[in-house]
Design a protein around this ligand. Structure first.
Ligand SMILES: Nc1ncnc2c1ncn2[C@@H]1O[C@H](COP(=O)(O)OP(=O)(O)OP(=O)(O)O)[C@@H](O)[C@H]1O
Length: 576
């Protein structure tokens, strides 16, 4: 929580104004019973009508100003804390964008969602009224108790003694409650993950008719959340009850002892009335402390969860250098990569050079490390050993924004965002002209865009679901082409296209690849033909590099991998 407090800094004037106004209204709350004492022991006792009017009017004025102060406080609350929530949320989001792929593959997306939405809301509620009431209630309880002690110490002592079991209860339950809060927050993250996954994977669930199975799993998760919440409420119920009962029992004692003392003339009637009124005025602050203390604990665990995201190591740090303005030669020097938790090397001892303007195809069995290799170029992952260099500069020494504007990647599984086709396309280059967008669409043969209801301005659904796999791949490819990179990385980007569309896109790509350094992950001979050379990746190692013809002639594994192409040739030959 302390770590999040600096976010209050820009709003400190409003926040302090809010606290000041609230403290003033608490002062009014405390003063009114004191006035009662003065009225009873003064004007009422002495039948002084004028004095009664004066004091009555003064009490009314203080009461009215208390109301006004409450209104002002409520008005200030939103202004003081909504901004804090928005600022933390923006920073948290920015942080999530900076965190490496290894972080995102470890963390469930629902956990991030629940932290950025629920936990932040909890912290904001605490900052806007939880912390405030904790402070106000404490001030009110302490000041009132001191006044009570000063008015008639034996009765004041009764009030002080009654605070002891309250403190004991709070301390005893605090740790249990904190643990339960954390459990509940983590579990609600898991529930959010489940909802998100099943919404995204609805097609697979429906096609296998496994709605019941998914529902049962969800039910188990929700039941667990329910049990934790009920546990939390039971615990709260115990200590809230104690906090409710103790001040009321104390009140009964004060009434009895106070009446006796007044009867014996040890205190005035005014003191007794003021005493009881003041005692009544702290019943709610004491009783509500349970609520505000649990709110504090909840928001502290929520703040912990938020800070965990801020504290996750960035790993992939910005370099200082600019990408040299040269052709874009790409070089892998003894590169190795191992996933942080992985035992096996995904890639090892990779030595490759792609001269500027040339295209290298990477062919390999599934799981051989092709995608990992493509991710190393734009530093989605950092090499575990060796170096990836562009024009002789280690990519880790370059500024990330520079690097990523020079290298464009299109993935096999294209991600399109819930925005217009145009916005999706210009993600890598926001200043692209209409003509350039059209050219890029022409390269990938995405004529279907003109048939969309609003053309380029059509908003495509979540993850572009309203488009076919091949259409999505072509848009992702157009996005990479439009970025006009010096180095283009295509990770099996044509896999979802039919043979004819693929051939058309390849023809156009051939033109795009002129003058651009490219790495093209390929499964089909026709795509391999785009490249000047081919590298065969086997089990994380490059075993052969050469032209397509050379490898076809000399490497049986390579022939085997592209065998599907030969088979497609057979029926054609057979038909002839
Ligand atoms: N996040 C991860 N953590 C640990 N291992 C991973 C992770 N992602 C991938 N791997 C492993 O790394 C290896 C290489 O994966 P990669 O995705 O690069 O294969 P690929 O050659 O692109 O396969 P495909 O052709 O099927 O896409 C695989 O053995 C895979 O299981």
């Amino acid at each position: 929580m302390r770590r999040l407090l600096p976010y209050l800094q820009p709003y400190r004037t409003r926040w302090l104004a809010m606290v000041f106004v609230a403290v003033l209204s608490t002062v009014a709350t405390i003063v009114i019973p004191l006035m009662t004492k003065v009225v009873i022991d003064g004007p009422v006792r002495h039948h002084d009508r004028t004095g009664l009017w004066w004091w009555g009017t003064a009490a009314l004025a203080i009461g009215m100003s208390e109301v006004l102060l409450w209104i002002v406080r409520r008005w200030l609350v939103a202004r003081a804390t909504m901004g804090v929530e928005a600022d933390i949320r923006k920073d948290l989001y920015a942080r999530m964008q900076l965190l490496p792929m290894s972080f995102h593959s470890k963390w469930q997306s629902g956990q991030l969602l629940s932290r950025i939405m629920n936990d932040l809301g909890t912290v904001r509620r605490f900052l806007s009224f939880g912390a405030l009431f904790l402070l106000l209630n404490t001030i009110q309880i302490v000041v009132t108790t001191l006044i009570l002690l000063a008015m008639y110490w034996p009765l004041g002592l009764v009030v002080v003694v009654s605070v002891v079991p309250i403190c004991v209860t709070v301390l005893r339950n605090e740790r249990k409650f904190t643990a339960l809060s954390r459990k509940a927050q983590d579990q609600s993250g898991r529930v959010a993950t489940h909802v998100e996954e099943s919404a995204l994977g609805l097609r697979a669930i429906k096609s296998f008719g496994r709605e019941d199975y998914v529902y049962d799993r969800f039910d188990t998760q929700v039941k667990e959340l329910y049990d934790i919440q009920v546990g939390k409420v039971s615990l709260q119920a115990t200590f809230w009850t104690i906090l409710e009962v103790i001040p009321n029992v104390t009140l009964i004692l004060v009434l009895g002892l106070g009446a006796t003392a007044a009867g014996q003339g040890r205190i005035t009637l005014g003191t007794l009335v003021a005493f009881i009124t003041m005692m009544l005025s702290i019943v709610w602050p004491i009783a509500s402390m349970g609520f505000f203390l649990s709110m504090t604990q909840e928001s502290m665990t929520a703040a912990d969860r938020i800070v965990e995201v801020f504290d996750a190591p960035r790993e992939i740090l910005d370099g200082a250098g600019l990408v040299p303005v040269r052709g874009g030669e790409l070089e892998l020097r003894d590169v190795g990569y191992r996933f942080p938790d992985g035992e096996k090397w995904a890639l090892r001892h990779l030595d490759l050079t792609v001269p500027a303007g040339q295209t290298l195809a990477v062919v390999g069995t599934t799981g051989s490390g092709k995608t990992v290799l493509t991710g190393l170029i734009s530093r989605l992952y950092d090499v575990s050993e060796g170096q990836v260099c562009i024009d002789g500069e280690d990519v880790r020494d370059l500024r990330l924004d520079e690097l990523r504007s020079v290298v464009a990647t299109a993935f096999e599984d294209p991600t399109l965002f819930s925005m217009s086709v145009r916005e999706n396309l210009t993600l890598g280059r926001s200043d692209a002209t209409e003509e350039e967008i059209r050219e890029a669409l022409q390269v990938v043969r995405a004529d279907f865009v003109d048939d969309l209801p609003y053309g380029l301005d059509t908003r495509i659904g979540e993850q572009g679901m309203s488009l076919s796999g091949g259409q999505r791949q072509r848009l992702a490819l157009a996005r990479a082409v439009l970025a006009r990179p010096r180095i283009i990385v295509l990770d099996d980007t044509l896999s979802a296209l039919d043979v004819h569309t693929e051939a058309l896109v390849e023809d156009a790509l051939r033109e795009v690849l002129v003058g651009v350094t490219a790495i093209v992950v390929a499964h089909r001979a026709s795509t391999v033909m785009l490249a000047d050379r081919v590298a065969l990746l086997q089990d994380g190692r490059i075993t052969h590099v050469g032209t397509h013809r050379e490898l076809l002639r000399t490497v049986p594994e390579y022939r085997y991998l592209l065998a599907a192409e030969d088979e497609t040739a057979v029926p054609a030959g057979g038909a002839r």
